[in-house]
Design a protein. Structure first.
Length: 459
């Protein structure tokens, strides 16, 4: 008899979570102004808001915390992190930051100016926010197939080379500080980018004299998909694939709260010493001295260990297969999502679920609220709310995809929890025809509004 698949770890410590009543949840979401970010964590039963910083660190990571060197300059922990980045990722120069958006802030403060254009594949919220805050343009060059949630192709997160080359021809090189390639492509549903696509994008950047930045929060999950889906990589290790991925790029930014499995931390890394030196001023101004940036020594130690663990096959197989397990349950119930299942989350196709809610009333946000009311499960909207308003017209933008992301923290929940998520979503799906109204905005910030927006039910 073939043995069933099992996780590559065992549980050493647990944290209690508590169920609530429907009446309590109705009161709590109203008090939160119908913004899932405003909910207290104690009011959430299963939290799938994000996989960022919410995973469970290993015993080795916890032990490394105790060895953290908190010296202000030249700490041992900085050099441990430097060694891991060089050996695993292939970058000689880096600046530590407290998380990924801080890395973007350091990088874009140095290189992005008003009127610049940064082509990419579905820039995520903080990336787009940092670009548009500087009155530059985040130009989406994702392949058209990514907009069809029911289409199954292996690398749905790719940049369309024809779209990218058209942009590189249209704008002079001095107006394109860099191309931003995100792996995996979060906004398009956690979809991976192929090695072939990375090579083609890199070649175009070299041809037109433009830098290539890899937004690398989930680079290890992307490497996993290359190994299992791309011909010629099935016999390579994850670390070998990672090294090749980064060999084609000039700069990487990383929120280490994802694939390095830490609660806080990030960095921006460079192949060029010159680029590294240019960014040091903004690191010192906004984060801290260049050998700690926004990080403590203990967190740099845990990050270094996490880069190693996070690029091992056994861990990644357990991680990605749990996401696929949720996808399989939704298949069983007929609930549409961005197919195939992504690396860190299932992205439910809200427009196919709540067909009677007007787009102006934020369909995916409405689905997220309904799921919370059903069972205390918190997801996050990836749709019109996150897309913000057009920076020129100030009209709401309505993207091609209106998704509810259910991001699964690493090494945190069991498949019993996943079964609850699927059943709760089925209950919402079964009563979808009775959900006809959504929500309207009563208060918002001009950029990245979804974090703090206030809503009320539409009348």
């Amino acid at each position: 008899m073939e043995l069933p698949f099992s996780e590559s770890y065992r549980i050493k410590m647990v944290e209690a979570i508590h169920k609530s009543t429907r009446e309590e949840r109705e009161r709590w979401i109203k008090e939160a102004k119908y913004n899932l970010f405003n909910l207290k964590s104690d009011h959430v039963f299963i939290d799938l808001l994000t996989d960022s910083g919410t995973g469970a660190m290993s015993d080795r990571q916890w032990s490394r915390l105790m060895l953290g060197d908190e010296s202000y300059a030249g700490a041992r922990s900085y050099y441990a992190m430097k060694e891991a980045i060089r050996e695993i990722l292939g970058f000689e120069y880096f600046l530590p930051t407290h998380q990924g958006r801080a890395a973007e802030n350091v990088l874009y403060s140095t290189f992005v100016r008003e009127g610049d254009v940064l082509p990419g594949n579905s820039h995520f919220d903080t990336t787009k926010g940092h670009i548009e805050f500087r009155k530059a343009i985040a130009l989406d060059c994702t392949i058209d197939e990514a907009a069809d949630t029911q289409l199954e192709i292996p690398f749905k997160g790719n940049i369309d080379p024809a779209k990218l080359e058209a942009a590189l021809r249209q704008y002079p090189a001095e107006k394109i500080p860099m191309v931003v390639l995100t792996v995996t492509n979060n906004t398009a549903g956690g979809q991976p980018v192929s090695m072939e696509n990375i090579r083609r994008v890199s070649a175009l950047c070299r041809q037109y004299g433009v830098l290539l930045q890899l937004d690398s929060a989930r680079f290890a999950e992307n490497a996993y998909f290359i190994k299992v889906r791309e011909k010629g990589y099935e016999h390579k290790t994850i670390k070998e694939i990672v090294k090749e991925m980064f060999s084609y790029v000039d700069i990487m930014t990383m929120s280490a709260k994802k694939d390095a499995i830490v609660n806080m931390g990030g960095f921006v890394a460079f192949k060029s010493e010159e680029l590294w030196k240019k960014c040091q001023m903004f690191c010192i101004m906004n984060e801290g001295f260049i050998t700690y940036g926004g990080m403590s020594g203990r967190d740099m130690n845990a990050l270094a260990e996490g880069l190693d663990e996070g690029t091992e096959w056994d861990y990644l197989e357990s991680r990605v297969r749990q996401v696929a397990y949720l996808g399989a349950k939704l298949d069983e119930y007929g609930i549409p999502y961005q197919r195939p299942a992504g690396g860190h989350a299932i992205f439910v196709d809200a427009t196919r679920v709540l067909t009677r809610v007007p787009k102006e009333e934020f369909i995916a946000q409405t689905l997220g609220i309904e799921l919370y009311l059903e069972a205390g499960i918190r997801g996050v909207e990836i749709g019109a709310m996150l897309a913000d308003r057009d920076p020129v017209t100030r009209e709401n933008r309505y993207p091609k995809l209106e998704l509810l992301r259910l991001a699964i923290p690493r090494r945190t929940y069991t498949n019993n929890h996943i079964d609850v998520v699927a059943a709760a979503l089925k209950n919402v799906y079964d009563r979808r025809e009775r959900i006809t109204r959504g929500y309207v905005i009563t208060k918002e910030f001009p950029i990245m509004r979804h974090f703090t927006v206030e809503l009320q039910p539409a009348k």
